[in-house]
Design a protein around this ligand. Structure first.
Ligand code: ZN
Ligand code: ZN
Ligand code: FE
Length: 763
């Protein structure tokens, strides 16, 4: 007698963000694999599946549905109900049901998948060596989407009509290109072209990729049109090429990113741990900051004064082909002059980069939205984002408290982003850049309008920084008919860290950064707060010192050394310090300015304290990019040193305590005079700041009973500070929150603002 397995029919509802991520084709393929009948469709809440077949197969299907879901899906809830079997055969994909408040998702761009890569290098495949191969699981997304609904007509692929072969793949639910909007091939899709500096055809070999590799080998600089903008490429091993690139770009010291052909090649350049390797190969393919080998074949100009190098692996088919042709690492840095936003439109790129690039490798698929490469480093085995952009944005982040009314967080000024939030999700924009000029402000305002339209979020509540001069603040205050919520900068940092970890607080918030506007109209940046998503109270801070000359003191760290040294030695600064000698002509004058209070605001900024020590030990008197002095101080410090300086704590009338940062400067100056090696001084200083964090947190715990510390602010990008701080806090029994999804720097501020504005709706 034949036993027939008992048939079962289930209705499975998957809620969350499961539309526009290839979920229905995935369900279709899964049902086929388990031999189940039924249908998949979607409605306003998510995806609805009905499956029928042997009970065991249905159960396995149900579990694989969650375990193997497409990487971009965000599943909130899965509910299952049992229905009477219908004896149905076959599985179908039902048409979408319109209507309702659909939770839409705009996918980030995804690096070329393994399947597409195999085709790319398979001489028998019709897409062999085709630089625009993609599928449902990979390819351009956010950068090419003009409007919704997300289908080809609303992308920059609209002008490329699918050939019959591509159209067949697109329409076949069993094909891995089913509904892949940017699907194309050599017969119907975009094409590549190499042009000379003037836009005319290049006088070279006919294959543009081979020719580009040839130019790179000859030491020339080639502009390469990528996914979210133009890059500049040069041979990473060539001193001449890298120097030429630096000079023409007017980028004096900021490190260049390097693209290695594959992981094996990357390992020849740098020490790559398990998590670093995972990130390098992940679908987001960020630039990963890794420790370079001292003998790595990289020109000295790639990352001057830096023990680390930013590496990435190819993330588009074009990169894969170019890397294969060139065969070794090349610099791939954003196509711009110094601090301008990256060029992304063809005509604009041709004129702006004409003075930098010797040739242009271009194609005819327009880029709709500019997106920079993301940057990440690894801390304690987890990613610590430095810049969240391509491959990540605008992937949603869950909010600890939902935004019942839609929210916009406007961000700060430097490393600016914005954040749109509705319901349980926050969507942080890609990195926009420093909001200091009209061009960036325009792309910021356009970005808010564009992403708002795509996500169907029209903000009713707008959260902004308290700094009256930030363009993001002015933008917020000019918006008509919205409810405004001012969020103090360092509260936003801590709220960002809370949201990043799915927490609501209250916590001990330690926010260390360059500067942020305080509630007392002074400049903060070395703050111990007691904070939750609703409010923050200042509990302690670094004792304020003047910033002689205001912004001049940010550009010239030696001015901070002058202010701090005087505070450190009330009896008079000892003779023999080189930093005083280097600026003898201006030293007294700068201190007089500081005394007059004229254009010399007081600041508790931890970033400025790092600047002072960097100048004191001779690392850097003047900077050419934000945070440079502190970054170089970290790079130079001896990581094996274990002893540190100690700062005293003073009672203060306003807050509960002030940390005497000048004690750390005095200890460092004494060591410098005693000719202790600079690497040791820098390490002892880092340890001293870590100890101050622990002592401060302990005081807050004694007063409040709170035992969780959230570490945020750009200073905590510094792994040499973060590492001992976290270890010591944990030894003393604290739970520690750090950043994993958004950067601790001001790129994370917009998320914090949105999280605060969302939480306050529940008050
Ligand atoms: Zn693919
Ligand atoms: Zn085609
Ligand atoms: Fe900040």
């Amino acid at each position: 007698m034949v036993r027939v397995a008992r048939a079962m029919r289930c209705r499975i509802r998957v809620e969350g963000i499961v539309q526009g991520v290839g979920f229905r084709p995935f369900v279709y393929a899964l049902a086929h694999r388990y031999g189940l009948a039924g249908a998949v469709g979607n409605d306003s809440a998510g995806v609805l599946v009905e499956v029928e077949g042997p009970a065991a197969a249905v159960a396995e299907f149900r579990s694989a549905l969650v375990r193997q879901a497409p990487p971009l899906a965000v599943i909130d809830r899965v509910s299952t109900s049992v229905l009477p079997p219908r004896g149905e055969a076959g599985f179908t994909i039902a048409a979408s049901q319109a209507g309702g408040a659909r939770q839409t998702l705009v996918s980030p761009d995804v690096a070329t998948c393994e399947d597409c890569l195999r085709e790319l290098f398979d001489p028998g495949d019709r897409r062999y060596r085709y630089p625009f191969v993609n599928c449902t699981n990979c390819g351009p997304r956010y950068t090419i989407i003009r409007d919704l609904p997300y289908d080809r007509a609303a992308t920059t692929m609209a002008d490329f009509t699918m050939c019959p072969d591509c159209a067949e793949e697109y329409a076949d639910p069993a094909d891995r290109r089913f509904h892949a909007q940017p699907v194309c091939c050599p017969a119907c899709g975009p094409s590549l072209r190499l042009t000379g500096r003037d836009g005319g055809p290049a006088d070279v070999d006919t294959d543009p990729l081979r020719a580009t590799a040839e130019l790179l080998r000859a030491g020339l600089v080639v502009a390469v049109k990528g996914l979210g903008g133009y890059h500049l490429a040069a041979d990473a091993a060539s001193e001449t090429a890298v120097t030429a690139l630096r000079t023409r770009k007017h980028r004096e010291e900021k490190p260049f990113a390097v693209m290695a052909p594959d992981l094996a090649a990357a390992r020849e350049l740098a020490r790559i741990g398990e998590e670093e390797a995972r990130l390098l190969g992940s679908p987001s393919r960020p630039i990963v900051l890794v420790r370079r080998h001292p003998t790595a074949p990289l020109a000295s100009g790639v990352a001057p004064g830096n023990r680390y190098v930013g590496l990435m692996l190819p993330y588009t088919p074009l990169h894969h082909l170019l890397a294969a042709e060139f065969g070794r690492a090349f610099v791939l840095t954003s196509g711009n002059v110094s601090d301008e936003p990256i060029a992304y439109q063809d005509a604009e790129a041709a004129s702006r980069l004409a003075g930098i690039a010797d040739a242009f490798l271009v194609h005819d698929r327009p880029i709709h939205t500019r997106v920079d490469d993301s940057v990440v480093r690894v801390f304690a085995g987890s990613p610590l984002p430095v810049r969240r952009s391509r491959g990540y944005a605008p992937q949603p982040i869950r909010l600890p408290r939902p935004a019942d009314r839609p929210v916009l967080g406007c961000g700060a000024e430097l490393k600016s982003t914005f954040c749109l939030a509705r319901g349980g999700y926050a969507f942080v924009s890609p990195h926009i850049g420093d909001l200091e000029n009209y061009e960036t402000l325009r792309s910021y305002a356009e970005g808010i309008a564009h992403l708002g339209r795509l996500l169907e979020i029209e903000p009713r509540i707008v959260a902004y920084d308290l700094h009256p001069e930030y363009l993001s603040t002015k933008y917020a205050l000019d918006l008509p008919d919205v409810e405004l919520v001012g969020v103090q900068h360092h509260h936003a940092h801590i709220a960002s860290c809370l949201a990043d970890n799915g927490e609501s607080g209250p916590v001990i918030g330690v926010a260390f950064d360059g500067l942020g506007y305080g509630t007392d109209d002074t400049i903060w940046g070395g703050e111990f707060l007691v904070a939750d998503l609703l409010e923050a109270t200042r509990f302690g801070c670094f004792a304020p010192v003047p910033m002689p000359g205001g912004t001049a003191a940010i550009r010239q760290p030696w001015r901070m050394a002058a202010a701090y040294l005087r505070a450190a030695y009330p009896e008079g600064v000892p003779d023999g310090l080189a930093v005083v000698g280097r600026h003898a002509g201006l030293w007294e004058q700068v201190l007089t300015v500081a005394d007059s209070g004229l254009n010399s605001p007081l600041t508790s900024s931890a970033g400025r304290l790092f600047d002072a020590v960097a100048a004191l030990v001779g690392v850097r008197d003047e900077i050419s990019y934000e945070g440079q002095a502190a970054i170089e101080l970290e790079q130079l410090a001896d990581p094996s040193a274990t002893d540190g300086y100690r700062a005293r704590f003073a009672e203060s009338p306003g807050e509960r305590f002030q940390v005497t940062g000048a004690d750390l400067v005095r200890a460092a100056a004494d060591d410098v005079l005693a000719e202790i090696p600079v690497a040791t001084v820098a390490a002892r200083f880092h340890r001293g700041v870590a100890a101050a964090v622990v002592d401060g947190a302990t005081r807050v715990r004694e007063a409040t009973g709170l035992a969780t510390v959230a570490l945020s602010g750009g200073v905590f990008q510094n792994v040499l500070l973060l590492e001992p701080t976290m270890a010591a806090l944990q030894r003393r029994g604290f739970a520690v929150l750090t950043h994993h999804q958004v950067p601790p720097n001001d790129g994370g501020i917009s998320l914090g603002q949105a999280a605060v504005a969302a939480a306050r709706q529940h008050r």
